[in-house]
Design a protein around this ligand. Structure first.
Ligand code: 3H9
Length: 700
């Protein structure tokens, strides 16, 4: 590619403008790197030019390295080489930032002598989110620009800061209106004032305090790596920032490079990069006519102010969207509003949101009694008790009161949307929006497409989910949709493992060691064992141990006892010998003898049946792509992102191995439901992966 196609050079008398134009996000592809390198060189060599502005066309400044190039043979010039060219330029180079200057983009800006940004710009080094560390000087120049404490926070957490904070921290020199014009005016000021060039590589002042007292840095690292359990990148990134304090610039850069190369070739980053693209892919809905526009949503009504309804209402209020929250009585409403208020206040007290946010957000939520109050809503989300009869009553009433064209969504976690839609005269407007608990925190929203759901209704749900910062995944109708259907398989095996001789703490321990935040039994205790019991009653299912615990009044955390015991005021599950005794009794009643179960068997029986169910879900078209299933598990259930989701993990382990082990357990535990699904069997026999399936379906 001719470099001038992606990086243009023009001159406004003494100021040269180097403009990157590589939509959509101006990622640093090989052509862009070469373009910047050559155009900077050309501007530096032009005797008419006295200053250079580096700017970007389109919606954003450079948003980073081109992630699609990782894992492929590197193409020259490397980004460090490009940045060295900029930094060593004898004429002032000014970065004109708008949109998002992220990763390699911010590193390029840090190589410039000055940076200006528009007010709404965001600047950050989010590499850790891809399992990486900044690999083009970011870990060495950012601490020199803003000090090691803020730098390590930005680099280890990966969250960008706004222009105001960047100005305060010394990351930019000025906030400007138009990026290119503002930077050009700034360039003329630099020339007029004969300002010396700032080369961050040579600035050590902000490192002095941490050099004198290393504990300043160690404490900052401890604070930001607290939540990084299981991940490699945050720790490697912190080490690289440490090198900025301990080593001369060039040696620090070398250390950073080593860390980057190790991560970029490692399994964790591969999985995290996959998840990045999988999330974007999930937002692309198949089977919808091109150009389908979502319906406008200005006001939302939520039915039910319980845990789910309240959490959903908070998600909308957090995004500035007004909500009518509807209950059946004053008492329930008061309780629901009180819980939200308290939740916001607690978050504000922890510094999670500004002090005035609780009042502002609660101001967007209007609590009322009576379903007739849905009349102004463009979108109604029902979050009432999870039984079909109740849902049908609500939807019959919604059909009567909601305005024509309103989108009617159910937050059901497993019920048949088609059956719910059928009680209305507008099944085309009905679909599922399944949020995950706690709904104001968990990012997943399964959008359940009914048989008659209209395409624009589907797109409305996808668009609004994105607007409230959720990750939407479109799924089909079946019992439990994607997530809970797979979870049910895991739950079934977890219970059987108890009868086979394992203990709750052993099973949960294996699951958390694998990287999930909680095991099935701790999760059951948190949700409440009475909920599971009621659901089993509804479906006519028995669980010998679950029923015994329920009948003994052990309803989980809320009663201080469940599969575990809990000390007053504590949520920490403690193994309970009483439960061991109950398990012995249940085993005796069932006529089974417990045996010693290895952790390997537990892991395989926890994860492989889920993968097997995932294969069935794909066969039935309930999910469009294996990567959609992975996104459901990452954002709905806390599957460790560095393992890329269950289907990605399956490809990594090998489908033949998984199919063989499932066959083995089907026989060994006399459970035909564990036999490999036809799709899994077929792919295993052909030596293929789930990923190959996604590629071939894309091609058709
Ligand atoms: C790095 O820089 C390493 C260096 O330190 C060292 C190097 C040696 N590459 O998210 P969107 C695509 S690591 C390739 O829907 P938005 C994306 O897939 C990088 N493609 O838009 C999508 O494609 P499609 C550090 C990329 O407005 C389209 O652009 N940087 C990249 O909601 C639109 O994306 C990051 O981690 C990329 N870097 O959000 C930033 N970025 O339309 C990653 C995006 O085909 N990017 N695409 O599906 C983001 O966080 C968001 O994309 C951004 C825009 C905030 C920029």
């Amino acid at each position: 590619m001719d470099v001038s196609e992606v990086v243009q050079l023009e001159r406004h008398d003494v100021v040269a403008l180097v403009t990157v134009n590589n939509p959509p996000v101006n990622a640093l592809s090989a052509a862009v790197r070469r373009g910047i390198f050559e155009q900077i060189k050309a501007a530096a060599a032009d005797p008419q030019v006295q200053a250079i502005v580096l700017t970007c066309a389109g919606r954003t400044f450079i948003a980073g390295a081109d992630i699609t190039e990782f894992g492929k043979p590197p193409q020259p010039p490397g980004l460090n080489e490009v940045i060295a060219e900029i930094e060593s330029c004898k004429k002032p180079v000014i970065a004109a930032i708008h949109g998002t200057a992220l990763g390699g983009g911010l590193e390029v800006a840090l190589g410039c002598h000055f940076r200006v940004a528009t007010k709404d710009a965001k600047l950050g080094l989010p590499e850790v989110k891809l399992g990486l560390l900044p690999g083009a000087g970011g870990t060495q120049r950012l601490p020199r620009a803003v000090g090691p404490e803020l730098a390590v926070k930005m680099i280890v957490e990966g969250n960008p800061i706004g222009a105001d904070a960047a100005l305060k921290a010394g990351l930019i020199e000025e906030i400007v209106e138009g990026p290119a014009a503002g930077a050009e005016a700034f360039a003329r000021k630099v020339l007029a004032e004969k300002r010396p060039l700032r080369r961050l590589r040579d600035e050590d002042t902000k490192l002095a305090a941490a050099k004198a007292d290393r504990s300043i840095f160690t404490n900052a690292v401890a604070a930001v790596t607290k939540k990084a359990r299981g991940l490699e990148a945050p720790f490697a990134a912190a080490d690289a920032v440490g090198a900025a304090i301990d080593l001369p610039f060039d040696e620090g850069l070398k250390k950073e490079r080593e860390g980057f190369m190790k991560l970029v070739t490692g399994e964790q980053s591969k999985a995290q990069r996959y998840a990045f693209f999988a999330e974007r892919e999930a937002a692309k809905v198949s089977g919808v006519p091109e150009g389908t526009k979502p319906r406008p949503v200005a006001r939302v009504a939520i039915i039910g102010a319980g845990t789910m309804g309240g959490g959903i209402a908070m998600s909308f209020a957090n995004a500035g969207i007004p909500v009518t929250l509807i209950e059946t009585g004053d008492e329930q409403l008061k309780r629901g509003m009180g819980v939200m208020q308290k939740n916001y206040e607690n978050t504000a007290a922890r510094g999670g949101i500004p002090a005035d946010a609780p009042a502002k957000r609660m101001g967007l939520i209007t609590g009322v009694v009576g379903l007739e109050n849905v009349k102004d809503a463009d979108l109604v989300i029902e979050a009432v008790f999870e039984t079909m009869a109740v849902k049908k009553d609500v939807f019959t009433a919604l059909d009567k009161h909601a305005k024509p064209g309103a989108v009617l969504a159910s937050n059901t976690s497993y019920l048949n949307i088609n059956e719910i839609a059928a009680v209305t005269k507008r099944p085309q407007d009905v679909l599922g929006m399944h949020f995950f608990s706690p709904a104001n925190v968990m990012k997943l929203c399964e959008i359940v497409r009914g048989e008659k759901t209209a395409p624009d209704v589907l797109m409305t749900a996808v668009a609004i989910a994105k607007k409230i910062a959720k990750v939407p995944v479109v799924v089909g109708v079946c019992d439990g949709f994607v997530g809970n259907r797979m979870l049910a398989q895991r739950g079934k095996q977890a219970e059987k493992l108890l009868y086979d001789g394992a203990l709750p703490q052993q099973i949960d321990g294996v699951v958390t060691k694998f990287g999930l935040p909680m095991g099935p039994f701790a999760m059951g205790d948190l949700a409440g064992l009475d909920i599971g019991w009621r659901s089993r009653q509804d479906r006519g299912i028995k669980s010998p141990i679950g029923d015994a615990l329920y009948e003994a009044g052990r309803h989980g955390q809320k009663t201080g006892k469940g599969y575990y015991k809990y000390e007053t005021g504590s949520r920490a599950p403690l193994p309970d010998p009483e439960v061991e005794k109950m398990l012995d009794e249940v085993r005796a009643k069932l006529g089974v003898k417990g045996r010693t179960i290895t952790d390997e068997e537990i892991l395989e029986r926890m994860v492989y049946p889920m993968i097997n169910e995932g294969a069935r879900i794909l066969e039935e078209g309930i999910a469009s792509r294996p990567s959609d299933i992975d996104i459901v598990w990452i954002y709905g259930y806390g599957w460790p992102v560095y393992r890329g989701g269950p289907m990605f993990y399956a490809d990594h382990v090998g489908l033949k191995h998984i199919a063989d082990r499932l066959s083995h357990y089907a026989k060994a535990t006399n459970d035909p439901s564990l036999e490999p699904a036809p799709l899994l069997k077929k792919l295993a026999a052909e030596g293929k992966t789930f990923a190959s399936l996604a590629a071939s379906s894309k091609a058709t």
